[in-house]
Every structure is written in structure tokens, then in C-alpha cells.
Design a protein around this ligand. Structure first.
Ligand SMILES: *[C@@H]1O[C@H](CO)[C@@H](O)[C@H](O)[C@H]1NC(C)=O
Ligand SMILES: *[C@@H]1O[C@H](CO)[C@@H](O)[C@H](O)[C@H]1NC(C)=O
Ligand SMILES: *[C@@H]1O[C@H](CO)[C@@H](O)[C@H](O)[C@H]1NC(C)=O
Length: 373
């Protein structure tokens, strides 16, 4: 049993990491637009929510111009340390070269640098919410301003490993806060951010014994239906004033798919699947909340697609030389970023953003030399 679990976990986590090595830098573009909307809301809502603190909402709703508490639910695109360190093989986000760019050492983020939680918090002008797992070491004041429950590998539904799915993360949020008196109904718990990056679909594809994208696509209605339930809970049970939900990036442009194509192209079927999920999500949101009063879509697809296309708005200087190649890549086809051999030698090459020359005045293409070992 232990072995089976171990293997399943390893498989699931391998999938997670493969889909999360993409640079997340461009996400902040999308985050900014939504943050703008949230900031406006904060200003307009300031007066009406004043005196809200201590109402039992378990929030900071202290009135005036104070920023809202931010509660994050989701997967590795948002995780800032909730998936514990189980060793280099299983949880490589705690090992080199993860975290090299930010915060400067491996710290449980599935990125060389910032993840979506950092970008959104920064765009909203608030500190990055504390990871649930790291809450005991955090300053009291910070914990009151929100928390991050997102954990790498999680899905809307179960993904075959042991991560809390979105519903269970919301349960945890509910269990964390002080019980609220019945009179506190309608109180303001803050802003929820829900980050769903496709683990449900990787799981459905794996279960079907291959990278069967069709099995994943068949799963879309079930995933979106459950996502809708959880979004409603955040508004109606948890009392979130705003609920921000991400759509899917073009999944067929992630290394999981582009590697097999030598990084020359994206997988059209996987991209069609992401588009279908996004259309279903958008129609759910439109039906629930046509005026966008509570539910806001954070569009990750558009900036990601622009990045990997290498065309779109980017000038020649802003383009990556090979936009579909990950910044960290193992030497062998079945290896992974961060892999070492038995004597600790790196089995991967990485090109971190800090070492990539960008924006040179000439039109020469971006230099992407492997960093020295
Ligand atoms: C899954 O793959 C394994 C080996 O690759 C094979 O033995 C098995 O029959 C396959 N199962 C299905 C349902 O296709
Ligand atoms: C993959 O692309 C590289 C250049 O980026 C090229 O040198 C190599 O031959 C290509 N491999 C295959 C299998 O097409
Ligand atoms: C609500 O947001 C969607 C994007 O999710 C947008 O297409 C729509 O126009 C917005 N509606 C209003 C009334 O602003």
C-alpha cells in the first residue's frame, strides 16, 4: 500500500512539475487588470464596511482604506510552501534551482521565482498571504490579512494524490476562522482568489493510460460544475466580497506537450481543451453574476498565448528566443528540472531570467546560454 501510494504520488507530482516550469512573469499583466477592479472596489466599499472588524467574519474588514484580506485556494501556480518537503525526488520545489530568482533560495514555490499569489498580492498592494503550512512562524498581523491554502497537485476534484482539493481547502478556511454569530451574515471576509491550472485534466489523462487529451476533455463538464459549486460557497458560505477565478493557460504550449515536438509547436488538441474549459467557466460566471459584481475572471490564457506565440504585442527585444522551451530542462527525456545523479551532479540545464539578456538595443535575438554548472 505504502509503495503504491508512493508511486502514485510520484507520478502525480511529476505531472505537476512538468506543467509548472513555464515562466510566470507575464501573468502579472493579467493580474493587474483584475487588481485594478479590486482596488476600485476597495475604495468604494471602504465607507460601508467601516466598523466591520470584530464582527466575527474573521477578516480584517477594518474599514477606511485598509486593504482587503486575501484568501488563496488552488494548485502549484499559487502554492507558496503548502506542499511539504518530501525529498528532492518527490518535491523538487524545495530544491535548486527552484526559488533562485525569488526569494533567492528554494522555498516551496513551483517556479524559479514568483508565483501567481505573489503577483496578485503585489498588484493589489498587499503582502503575499502566508502559506497555511507556514502560519505558525508568521507575524500575527500578517495572518489576519489572509492566507494561502493552495497546494501543488490539487484539483477541483480529487487528483489521485493526497493534496486537499479546492473544496477541502475552503473547509480548512472555514475551520480556521472564529465562529461567526448569525447576525454576521453578509459580513465581509475579503477577497478569494481561486487558481485552477489543470491538474484535474492531467489526472484524467493519466488514468486513461496515456496522455489522452480526449479523456481530459470529456472531464470538463464535471470539473466546471464542481468549480461552480465551490465558487458559490465562497460567496454564500464564506462571505467573500469578491471571488477571482483564473482560466486555463494554453496547456498545449507547456513543456509537457511541447517537449515531444522539440519545442517547435504547441499541441492543438490540448489547447482546444483549455479553450473549452475557459468557455464553460465564462458561461458559468456570466449566468451566476452577469454584472461581475462578485465573480471576476482572471484571464491567464491571453497573456500566456501571447508569450508562447512570440508574436502578439511583444517587440523583437521582448521576445524569448525560444518561447516554448522551458527555462529549466533535464538532459534526458524522462528526467526533470532539478535532477541530480548519485554523486550530486546536475542532470539539467537552466536559463534563469536574471541571466538572460533582454531588451538589448540591437535587434539581435535573445541570448539563452546555459548557466555554468
Ligand atoms: C495500460 O498500459 C499498460 C502498459 O503500458 C497495459 O498493460 C494495459 O493493458 C493498459 N490498460 C488500458 C486500459 O489500456
Ligand atoms: C530540435 O531542435 C534543435 C534546434 O533547436 C535541433 O538542433 C535538433 O536537431 C532538433 N531535434 C529534432 C529531433 O528535431
Ligand atoms: C463581465 O466579465 C466578462 C469577462 O469575464 C466580460 O466579458 C463581460 O463583458 C463583463 N460584463 C460586464 C457587465 O462588465
Amino acid at each position: 500500500m505504502e509503495h503504491t501510494n508512493h508511486r502514485r504520488r510520484r507520478q502525480a507530482l511529476a505531472t505537476v512539475s512538468a506543467t509548472t516550469t513555464l515562466l510566470l512573469l507575464l501573468l502579472c499583466l493579467a493580474a493587474l487588470t483584475t487588481a485594478e477592479a479590486l482596488r476600485e472596489h476597495r475604495d468604494e466599499g471602504g465607507a460601508s464596511s467601516s466598523g466591520g472588524s470584530g464582527s466575527g467574519c474573521g477578516s480584517n474588514a477594518a474599514g477606511g482604506k485598509q486593504s482587503p484580506a486575501v484568501w488563496v485556494f488552488g494548485d502549484s501556480y499559487a502554492d507558496t510552501g503548502n506542499l511539504g518537503d518530501l525529498g528532492r525526488e518527490l518535491t523538487r520545489e524545495w530544491y535548486d534551482p527552484y526559488g533562485t530568482t525569488f526569494p533567492g533560495r528554494p522555498a516551496g514555490r513551483f517556479s524559479d521565482g514568483r508565483v501567481l499569489t505573489d503577483f496578485i498580492a503585489s498588484a493589489m498592494g498587499v503582502p503575499t498571504p502566508v502559506a497555511y503550512k507556514l502560519r505558525r512562524g508568521a507575524a500575527r498581523g500578517l495572518v489576519a490579512r489572509g492566507m494561502n491554502f493552495a497546494v501543488g497537485g490539487a484539483g477541483v476534484l480529487d487528483t489521485g494524490n493526497f493534496q486537499r482539493n479546492i473544496g477541502e481547502q475552503i473547509d480548512l478556511f472555514q475551520a480556521q476562522r472564529p465562529p461567526s454569530p448569525p447576525s454576521a451574515r453578509g459580513c465581509d471576509a475579503g477577497v478569494a482568489v481561486v487558481v485552477v491550472s489543470g491538474n484535474d485534466y492531467s489526472y484524467a489523462a493519466d488514468k486513461d493510460n496515456s496522455t489522452s487529451v480526449r479523456a481530459a476533455i470529456a472531464y470538463i463538464p464535471a470539473v466546471v460544475r464542481q468549480l461552480r459549486e465551490q465558487l458559490l460557497r465562497l460567496r454564500d458560505e464564506a462571505g467573500m466580497r469578491k471571488v477571482v477565478v483564473t482560466n486555463l493557460h494554453p496547456m498545449g504550449c507547456t513543456p509537457l506537450f511541447t517537449r515531444a515536438l522539440n519545442y517547435t509547436a504547441c499541441d492543438p488538441l490540448a489547447n482546444a481543451g483549455a479553450a473549452q474549459h475557459n468557455a464553460a467557466l465564462q458561461s458559468v460566471l456570466a449566468a451566476l453574476d452577469p454584472a461581475n459584481r462578485t465573480f471576476l475572471l482572471l484571464d491567464l490564457n491571453t497573456p500566456f498565448a501571447a508569450l508562447v506565440d512570440g508574436a502578439a504585442a511583444a517587440t523583437a527585444e521582448e521576445r524569448f528566443a525560444e518561447p516554448r522551451r522551458p527555462c529549466c530542462e533535464s538532459f534526458s527525456a524522462d528526467g526533470h528540472c532539478g535532477q541530480q545523479d548519485d554523486s550530486g551532479r546536475r542532470q539539467y540545464r537552466s536559463v534563469l531570467p536574471g541571466s538572460v539578456r533582454r531588451g538589448s538595443s540591437s535587434s539581435s535575438s535573445t541570448s539563452t546560454r546555459p548557466s555554468p554548472p
